[in-house]
Design a protein around this ligand. Structure first.
Ligand SMILES: Nc1nc2c(c(=O)[nH]1)N[C@H]1C(S)=C(S)[C@@H](COP(=O)(O)O)O[C@H]1N2
Ligand SMILES: [Mo]
Length: 203
């Protein structure tokens, strides 16, 4: 039998593990925000879909709330190495919102924009497969620090791609770096490939 100090970490123990390399599990869901939190009021809140779409879409909270809601169960992995398993989110998929308009065939990527100026980029295909505009986490409306009233969720990528206080999604033709991607974080951010930082920084 192995002593606990001979057991290196869960992912080495169990090949089918849900914990990506270099991550450790937490039962908490820590707040991770760069800079100050924006203050949002629901009266003036809007969600905009713009860029390579015709027509542009602008939803206020009432019209957003009336769309079809879904529940998503997923693990969450932050590049600062914590992972939280079995998180439950409720909201509206990006696919659902995009069905209100016509994306141009040139659109290949999205830039997610936030109140407060944060942004992050993603391939449109992945964003359509799993992107969720989430209002609830673990059955409760998001706390202010976790992005109330709405955050974007893309659980298969590192947490910095799950933008809090989302204000809009811009469809674009070519990939472009968002806030952290301009500051050393990887353009893709797949935790299973440990795409944490610019490749030239880790070589
Ligand atoms: N607008 C905004 N969204 C953001 C961030 C941020 O600083 N600002 N941090 C990101 C990072 S690095 C992570 S890990 C998750 C953390 O979400 P949480 O604070 O709800 O745990 O939010 C992401 N979304
Ligand atoms: Mo993060």
């Amino acid at each position: 039998m192995k002593r606990p100090d001979q057991i290196k970490n869960a992912s080495e123990q169990d090949p089918g593990s849900r914990v990506p390399p270099g991550q450790f599990l937490t039962n908490k869901f820590p707040v991770l925000t760069y800079g100050s939190e924006p203050t949002i009021d629901l009266e003036s809140w809007r969600l905009r879909i713009f860029g390579l779409v015709d027509p542009e879409v602008e939803l206020d909270w009432d019209s957003f709330s009336r769309l079809e809601w879904q529940t998503v169960d997923a693990d969450f992995h932050c590049v600062t190495q914590w992972s939280a398993l079995d998180q439950t989110w409720e909201g509206v998929t990006l696919a659902q919102v995009l069905s209100l308009t016509n994306p141009s065939p040139e659109a290949q990527f999205v830039m997610v924009h936030c109140y407060g100026g944060y942004s992050t980029n993603l391939p449109l295909g992945l964003a359509l497969e799993e992107g969720l505009f989430a209002h609830k986490h673990m059955g409760e409306p998001l706390g202010k620090s976790h992005g109330w009233p709405l955050r974007f969720l893309v659980p298969s990528l590192y947490g910095w791609k799950s933008a809090k206080w989302v204000s809009g999604v811009e469809l674009i033709a070519e990939d472009a770096p968002g806030f952290w991607e301009q500051r050393g974080y990887h353009l893709n951010g797949d935790p299973w490939k440990e795409e944490r930082f610019w490749p030239e920084l880790t070589r």
